[in-house]
Design a protein around this ligand. Structure first.
Ligand SMILES: [Cu+2]
Length: 167
């Protein structure tokens, strides 16, 4: 047996041992299977706690709608009809011939999309105010004829009022 044969045999033995070692390695080495890895390492993760949620509160009772009041009443001399909350107040008055009536715009907030002004338009065409847009704008008219004068707000024709003029 010469040196060369011994060397070859040695290399073959080394290769065989190395190959056997390689083949016997666990096949999942390097796996990212975390639960299995943790199980192998016997590590327990703390349980995930559900956040504590308050039970849904009972819905608050819906209060009865309260009448909306003009938040900043304005004192004015003479006969004043306030325009607020889409109403003329008072809606009907009786006055003496020659009396001047003033309409006072007090609509604080028009709903979005609504026509953003009120006016005073007689059904019979006797008078038609300017557009009352700004809060505290006024428009006045003197009634020199006896009669009943119904009127509306043209952008909101359900707003109605009446002036009764007596001698
Ligand atoms: Cu109006």
């Amino acid at each position: 047996m010469n040196t060369t044969r011994l060397l070859i045999i040695g290399i073959l033995i080394i290769a065989g041992v190395a190959g056997a070692f390689f083949l016997l390695q666990p096949q999942d080495r390097g796996s990212t299977d975390l639960p299995r890895l943790l199980d192998e390492l016997q590590i327990e993760l703390p349980p995930v706690e559900e956040p504590m949620l308050d039970p849904a509160p009972d819905p608050a009772p819906i209060p009865d709608p309260e009448p909306i009041l003009d938040p900043e009443p304005v004192e004015m001399e003479g006969i004043v009809i306030r325009i607020f909350n889409f109403e003329f107040t008072p809606a009907e008055i009786e006055i003496k011939k020659g009396t001047t009536v003033t309409w006072l715009m007090r609509e604080i907030d028009f709903p979005q999309g609504d026509a953003g002004f009120h006016n005073v338009a007689a059904d019979g065409g006797e008078f038609n105010s300017k557009n009352l847009i700004r809060v505290d704008e006024t428009w006045s008219y003197t009634f020199n004829e006896v009669g009943e004068f119904s009127y509306i707000c043209e952008p909101h024709p359900w707003m109605i009022g009446k002036i009764i003029v007596t001698a």
